[in-house]
Ligand binder design. Structure first.
Ligand code: AMP
Ligand code: ZN
Length: 472
């Protein structure tokens, strides 16, 4: 099929036209949440923009299969494989088991997905489901010399690769500075960049969840889950891998290292990364203590979809600063937009030429490195255009497949309440006619009215207080 969509590929550092491995099909993988706490609206910015990418691809005709993991083991407090497992930290904080908090926060995460109109990935799979796959891959990496055992942990040997730092032209030293806080050197590593594939004995052996392995009882490192879950559901050739920019190093760098060493060929062609949502203190992060959730926004009276609108108005490759003042402005604009759509009458004939012209403009905006704010400008152009309301409505509905802002929701609510009011007036009129018929001993008419109402799903009951009715 014609390749329309282009977006920035972190691997080649260019905006590139997307060409999938298999014509018309897209295999897409998304790093899922670490479920030791609620997702903050920064995490959700990444998922909103990934949703936009998926829906854009579907909109232009691709058949997309999207897979997401749930990180419920192995993600340590520091990206340098040190510190406590985040899941264990969360479980201790709440005096619950790791599996209990994993379930609780995974469920909460998908409630946020629904509130933000983010489509569920086709496959969602927790890391703890695939221990056998990790063992199989690590075993082969040991066999082929890409992995080694030291201090009883199994490490990936980054010196075995020609180019480990695939994403960056920066030097190794510069990248290591980027590794987050509480970096505590692990003296078992042969090279600075090496990372843990499997933890067996180490200072982290107070881990709650452990499994038997050929190297003793232990648990997987964080990175191996994404390589294995992706390969399990999407095969050896992945088209697009997504995540926030903080995932570029070390997580995605390590995923590439181990996957390609295992497969013996290139694994994923396109890497899509969303920039961070920041607050005044910098990057929003779960470990910061205080952070913003969708529920908190709702408690403060905001519609979660106003936050989605806020995200869509800026480019995914730019950091975005959150402030209530900005969200207030966007909320006003969002409500106005819904009202504008609600005021459209379903009148006039659909103008096919105008429909196709604006649809193409919208597709071009989205296909041009996901220019969602330009796509929203096209939406406003449609609303202002000199075309029939029915053409406008058809376009709004079509664009909303990608934007997913429930643009027709207010209109629908109004129509429902109008329909409701009409139904109430009709039923009351019929009940009055029946009363009159009964007064005149015209029971045949009274029965016919009852039957007519019943055929419309309305049942009536005569009580001492008069006739009452309900929908069947
Ligand atoms: P986590 O639950 O920490 O594993 O993160 C889930 C996703 O959110 C990952 O793709 C991260 O890269 C992304 N992420 C984390 N913090 C932010 C942020 N402040 N803004 C945007 N995305 C983020
Ligand atoms: Zn991942």
């Amino acid at each position: 099929m014609e390749n329309k969509v282009s977006f920035y590929n972190t691997l080649t550092r260019k905006v590139e036209q997307f060409i999938p491995y298999e014509d018309g099909k897209v295999r897409m993988y998304t790093c899922g949440p670490t479920v030791y706490h609620f997702a903050h609206i920064g995490n959700l910015r990444s998922y909103i923009m990934e949703d936009i990418l998926e829906k854009t691809l579907r909109y232009v005709g691709y058949d997309v299969k999207r897979v997401m993991n749930i990180t419920d083991v192995g993600h340590l407090s520091s990206d340098a494989d040190t510190g406590e497992d985040k899941m264990l930290k969360g479980a201790k904080r709440e005096h619950k088991s790791v599996m209990e908090i994993a379930k609780f926060y995974a469920d909460a995460f998908f409630v946020d997905f629904a509130k933000l109109n983010i489509k569920m990935p086709d496959v969602v799979d927790p890391a703890t489901n695939h221990i056998d796959d990790y063992i199989k891959v690590i075993d082969k990496l040991l066999e082929t010399g890409y992995a080694y055992s030291a201090g009883d942990n199994i490490y990936f040997d980054t010196s075995k690769l020609k180019d480990y730092y695939v994403f960056s032209s920066q030097t190794e030293k510069e990248l290591m500075v980027g590794v987050r806080d509480d970096v505590d050197e692990d003296s078992n590593k042969r090279n600075k960049g090496d990372f843990v594939l499997w933890f067996t004995k180490s200072k982290f052996d107070n881990q709650e969840l452990k499994w038997q392995s050929p190297w003793g009882i232990g648990y997987p490192g964080w990175h191996i889950e994404c390589s294995c879950i992706s390969m399990k559901h999407l095969g050896e050739h992945l088209d697009i891998h997504c995540g926030g920019v903080d995932n570029i190093f070390p997580h995605h760098t390590n995923e590439i290292a181990q996957s390609e060493a295992y497969l013996g060929h290139k694994w994923c062609n396109y890497w899509f990364h969303v920039h961070h949502l920041n607050d005044k203190q910098g990057k929003m992060s779960k470990s910061k203590g205080e952070f913003l959730t969708v529920s908190l926004l709702e408690e403060k009276g905001y519609n979660p979809l106003a936050y989605r609108f806020f995200c869509l108005q800026s480019h995914y490759r730019k950091p975005l600063e959150f402030s209530y003042e900005n969200l207030d402005n966007v909320t006003v604009a969002y409500e106005k937009l819904l009202k504008r759509v609600a005021s459209l009458k379903d009148e006039g004939t659909k103008d096919e030429a105008a429909f196709n012209k604006y649809k193409e403009e919208f597709e071009n905006a989205m296909s041009n490195d996901l220019n969602s704010s330009q796509a929203i400008t096209v939406l406003y152009d449609v609303l202002k255009a000199d075309i029939s309301d029915s053409t406008k409505l058809a376009l709004v509905e079509s664009f909303d497949y990608v934007l997913s802002l429930s643009l027709l929701s207010l209109r629908k609510a109004k129509e429902d309440s109008k329909e409701d009011a009409e139904l109430v007036a009709y039923v009351e009129e019929k009940i009055a006619q029946r009363k009159e018929a009964k007064k005149n001993k015209d029971f045949a008419t009274a029965d016919a009215i009852r039957e007519e109402l019943l055929s419309k799903g309305i049942t009536i009951k005569d009580t001492r207080e008069g006739t009452v009715w309900e929908r069947a």
